[in-house]
Design a protein around this ligand. Structure first.
Ligand code: CP
Length: 399
């Protein structure tokens, strides 16, 4: 019995109720061995669903105590981070280690003037795949030059595709939905400068009926070319008017040094920082996300709210990156076997029991003095209210 088969065999018994929940999808050539992950626009809906399926498998196996540490034995990940990372680097390294592979870190301080493209070409002779973060690198060019699969781990010039994939995986798990179709999403923060926000909107453009509220001062508003791929959207300068109808509230980091003075930053925080008082009037079935690291966009008082999922989001990211590393770093036989197992697992695994979320607090009228609303309606003049949807942990799905 193979390693993958042993892991599958030790998963919990199948549940018929769960069997019908997640549709099987046909594996796409785009996910074959040797493909790089360069852009959040390179995947169609079917391919994103395949990645979510494999992420499901990794996540379920991890939480079922299954050993995955032989999956990538003997494979080596080249880690090339030219820019700081508080989350992504650790997430990829942990994912590789949990799969039994090893990590070779590139020391860019000792590059001796070597260009990033030369560094990639050299490293690609030493490892089985590469994760690259570089503020100026042309990721498509770097991937073309690399002799092994290369994963864009964020650049200022391009985007952050693995963040967007883990964000979708978080949404489907935390909301207990098969896809983000029809969700109402409110994004708050530096929507102009944060690449994670752009990647998130781009990836969601593959799904149907997703509506966006872009909440930011004009200087931080979503760029027109990104808004153009969002199916239905509105721009707002406060989130109060959409709290009750939002399914996903997505905050991005806002750097204090983007403001001319401490006073200007303070004014921003006063208006756009999420506080526990806001949560009282928000959709009880909403989730609050943040790619992390957080500076001060969300008050720590919100952390205890069961709708605050941003730290669990990092855990979903680990499972997603385990799936992505298997697809990129695995041998052909490992990848084929992992695909088969993830498709099988999608039929037998229900994610719901993994959630320990408490019941949401009762809806209360917010303090309208401090949290005063700003009128905003969608282009169609209507909003779905999904607040009656059961939250994770309250679902009727069982193993
Ligand atoms: N979420 C994210 O990309 O964080 P880092 O920039 O710290 O890796």
């Amino acid at each position: 019995m193979s390693l993958f088969s042993r892991s599958l065999a030790s998963l919990k018994a199948p549940a018929l109720a769960a069997a019908a929940r997640r549709p099987l999808v046909t594996m796409s050539p785009a996910l074959q061995s040797g493909d790089s992950i360069v852009s959040s626009s390179q995947y169609d809906r079917g391919q994103i669903e395949q990645i979510l399926q494999m992420s499901d498998y990794m996540h379920s196996a991890r939480h079922s105590g299954n050993k995955l540490d032989k999956f990538l034995t003997g494979r080596v990940l080249g880690s090339m981070f030219f820019d700081d990372s508080a989350v992504t680097l650790a997430s990829f390294h942990s994912a590789m280690q949990r799969l039994g592979g090893t990590v070779l870190e590139f020391d860019h301080a000792s590059a001796k003037g070597q260009t990033v493209n030369d560094s990639v070409q050299t490293m690609s002779q030493l490892v089985d795949c590469i994760i690259l973060r570089h503020s100026e690198a042309d990721m498509a060019k770097a991937a073309e030059l690399s002799s092994v699969p290369l994963i864009n781990s964020s650049s200022l010039r391009d985007d952050h595709p693995t963040q967007a994939l883990l964000d979708l995986f978080t949404i489907t798990n935390e909301l207990g939905v098969d896809s983000p179709d029809g969700l109402n999403i409110t994004m708050v923060g530096d929507l102009a400068g944060e690449r994670a926000a752009h990647s998130f909107v781009t990836m969601l453009s593959q799904f149907s009926g997703v509506t966006f509220n872009f909440v930011a001062p004009e200087a931080f508003q979503i760029p027109a070319e990104v808004a153009a791929v969002a199916s239905e959207h509105q721009k707002l300068d406060h989130f109060n008017s959409v709290l009750a109808t939002t399914d996903v509230m997505y905050f991005t980091q806002v750097a204090p040094d983007k403001f001319g003075s401490a006073a200007a930053y303070g004014e921003y925080q006063e208006r756009y920082r999420l506080e526990s008082g806001h949560m009282a009037g928000a959709n009880p079935g909403m989730i609050v996300m943040h790619p992390l690291p957080r500076i001060d966009e969300i008050s720590p008082d919100v952390d205890a709210d069961p709708r605050a999922v941003y730290f669990r989001q990092a855990g979903y990211g680990l499972s997603t990156r385990m799936a992505l590393l298997t697809l990129s770093c695995g041998s052909d036989s490992q990848i084929q076997e992992a695909k088969g197992l993830s498709a099988d697992a999608a039929r037998v695994i229900d994610r719901q029991p993994m959630r320990k979320r408490r019941a949401a607090p009762p809806m209360e009228v917010p303090n309208t003095e401090k949290y005063s609303g700003v009128d905003g309606t969608s282009k169609s003049g209507s909003r779905k209210n999904l607040s009656s949807r059961p939250m994770q942990g309250q679902s009727t799905h069982t193993l």
